[in-house]
Design a protein around this ligand. Sequence first.
Ligand code: SAH
Length: 238
Amino acid sequence: MPFSSQLNAVAICRTPYKQKFGIPRQPGLVNAVGYIEFEPAFNHLDAVRGIEQYSHLWLLFCFHENVAQGWKTTVRPPRLGGNEKLGVFATRSTFRPNGIGQSVVKLHGVVQRKGKVCLVISGMDLLDGTPIVDIKPYIPFSDAILDAKGGIAQDAPELMPLIYTPLATEQINHYCQQEQYQDLAELITGVLAQDPRPAYKKAKDDAKLYQVALYDLDIFWHVTAQGIEVLELKATTV
Ligand code: SAH
């Protein structure tokens, strides 16, 4: 049953995550910094008056890179190893009937960038360019339910140990000297410690070379007996 006119993006989320692979599976797991840039029709400082009194915001957004693929009534959550199926509404699957995502993020402040009102945020799990359909203050007395049952997602994912080759260490130190890559070391550590691989890959010896795209850099890594080894960084070639 169609219920309303189409939804319009009120803002676009700008993040270091340039591809879906590697983005943390929920917010708050990696302290990446991002920006919410308001679209022209919503670009009014008045519309965010008083927002700085809140430490966190709810972002409602569209999984825009997935909507074209549609949805199924059951999905295979990564937490269940990709084998078991659950109903789509019993998961946070990114393939949903209306493609709506929901993330709570930390608010750092309101700035003006290139003539646009922007919210400075961190901890988001959103792909760069994600359309934001609504922004709401996080209200602890009603949003934080400390004794809630989290089902298959009761706890944050376990973290993998990380090791770095001398080349990767030298490259990260070099990039971190530059303003735009200040949080690169923390970002690489946070993203890779989550072990972004698909669930079925974690079950066996995995000699594959992986790459995640952060900012305009490709980070190459693989899995060893000691953990995830960061091999080297290269400027993204797209
Ligand atoms: N916290 C949200 C999202 C959880 S799933 C919710 O519960 O609804 C998080 C995953 O969404 C990320 O790992 C990334 O792979 C995917 N994702 C993020 N932004 C996306 C986008 N714009 N389109 C498609 N998938 C996206």
